[in-house]
Design a protein around this ligand. Structure first.
Ligand code: NZQ
Ligand code: ZN
Length: 385
């Protein structure tokens, strides 16, 4: 196992009707900016619960954060913060609203001239406004990590930053929010969380037994519970298991002390930036190609994955790898998530464009062994077409 520093200081309030408890988590006398998306929280009762909970505070609202949140929209919030002397941000929504809130929190305290540099030049976030969240879509893990992904529409780019400064102070996880989710968003959430686990697991063995077994446990839970939640979002126990799986998939726990490979995410973000495809669906397109093209360096872990997650054994190594890729594809497709570029009417020529864009940005030689260069990016995208 590698050396590591593990931190996570987000307090989780999990379970039915926990939104009511947030007042006790927000510092007294805070001036709150409530940040949310396109209005789903007004249709499912979450907005009313939040307003009831913070009624004793001075609060303001900032709505309209888009899926795949934009830099442009986030920057508008800075004026609202200045005008109203806001000192606490409350994100109510899915990964997009939480990510946007993190960027706003960092930009509000940014000392340089252009907050964009937090994303474009990985400018360090020294301090950020405190954040709390009420999660409404289990998927990204953003509610319990310090990551944020923001798109700049003007440049058609989608970039990430990460800082302990933007980790939420608290997050409410009430599985009842799953009831109002469109089926497509649940399918996305299960696949996104699954790929988060994979990217911290399908690398090379370092004898990280706790990390491996936790990762396998999360994957098995998502496989077992995912279809149940899609079939019946009112199944509270299935929704609870799905929600906690998604949080545990990307809160730094299973990734500590083990190699990680975020190449599928990096390539996927390009597909969203260019074609607007849902985040999780881009991962379903890219991951099978990553497993296939990088199979030599990932072989030992793919075989472990095949045996422990899918019960595949008794074949040659190559057959096991192929069977594991097929099981993964079948799982995504069974969740209603298509896995080929052509399913999204995207020409395979996008492979060249993405490889070039990533090369220009210096976003190549990625993956656990830095082996994913422009050729590999091209092959990964062309791999299964
Ligand atoms: O905007 P509203 O009206 O709230 O509607 C949203 C949105 O249209 C809707 N929704 C959310 N909760 C709902 C609901 N509708 C009904 N009932 C509810 N309870 O769902 C739609 C999608 O929401 P969004 O927040 O965009 O989805 P998700 O949580 O999948 O977030 C995706 C974003 O997170 C980034 C992705 O790149 C993408 O931009 N990621 C963030 C990560 C992180 N911070 O660690 C890691 C991930 O890998 C990912 O990259
Ligand atoms: Zn993701």
């Amino acid at each position: 196992m590698k050396n590591f520093v593990f931190y996570n200081h987000t307090k989780i309030l999990f379970g039915k009707d926990q939104i009511a408890a947030i007042a006790g988590e927000i510092p007294a006398d805070s001036r709150i900016l409530l940040i949310y998306g396109g209005g789903s929280i007004k249709n499912n009762g979450v907005y009313d619960q939040v307003i009831d909970a913070i009624s004793e505070f001075e609060y303001f609202e900032f709505e309209g954060i888009e899926p795949n949140p934009s830099y442009e929209k986030c920057m508008e919030a800075l004026d609202v913060i200045d005008e109203n002397e806001i000192d606490f941000l409350l994100a109510v929504g899915g990964g997009s609203v939480i990510d946007a809130t993190k960027f706003i929190a960092a930009a509000a305290f940014f000392e340089g001239e252009y907050p964009w540099e937090i994303l474009s030049h990985s400018e360090e976030v020294v301090e950020a406004m405190p954040i709390g969240t009420v999660l409404t879509l289990p998927a990204t893990g953003s509610e319990m990590n310090g990551n944020s992904v923001i798109s700049r529409l003007e440049y058609k780019v989608k970039l990430a930053f990460s800082s302990p400064e933007v980790m939420p102070l608290f997050s409410v996880l009430d599985p009842q929010v799953v009831e109002s989710l469109p089926k497509r968003q649940i399918e996305n959430g299960v696949v996104d969380a699954f790929v988060h686990v994979i990217e911290q697991y399908l690398t090379y063995p370092v004898d990280g037994k706790v990390q491996d077994r936790m990762a396998e446990g999360i994957m098995l839970t998502l496989i077992e519970e995912g279809s149940k939640v899609v079939a019946d979002p009112t199944n509270y126990n299935a929704a609870s298991n799905y929600m906690w799986s998604a949080t545990m998939a990307l809160n730094y726990l299973i990734g500590s002390g083990v190699p990680q490979d975020w190449s599928t995410h990096n390539i996927g973000h390009e597909i969203t930036a260019l074609h607007g495809v849902d985040h999780a669906r881009t991962l379903a397109i890219v991951l099978p190609g990553t497993m296939k093209i990088m199979k030599d360096s990932k072989k030992d872990k793919i075989i472990q994955y095949a045996e422990r997650v899918w019960g595949i054994s008794g074949k040659s190594d190559d057959e096991i790898v192929d069977a594991a890729i097929k099981k993964t594809v079948d799982f995504f497709e069974s969740m209603g998530v298509k896995t080929r570029l052509r399913d999204y009417n995207i020409p395979v020529t996008i492979a060249d464009e993405i490889a070039e864009r990533m090369e220009q940005r210096g976003d190549v030689n990625i993956g656990e062994n830095k082996l994913v260069g422009t050729d590999e990016i091209r092959k990964i995208l062309e791999g299964r077409y």
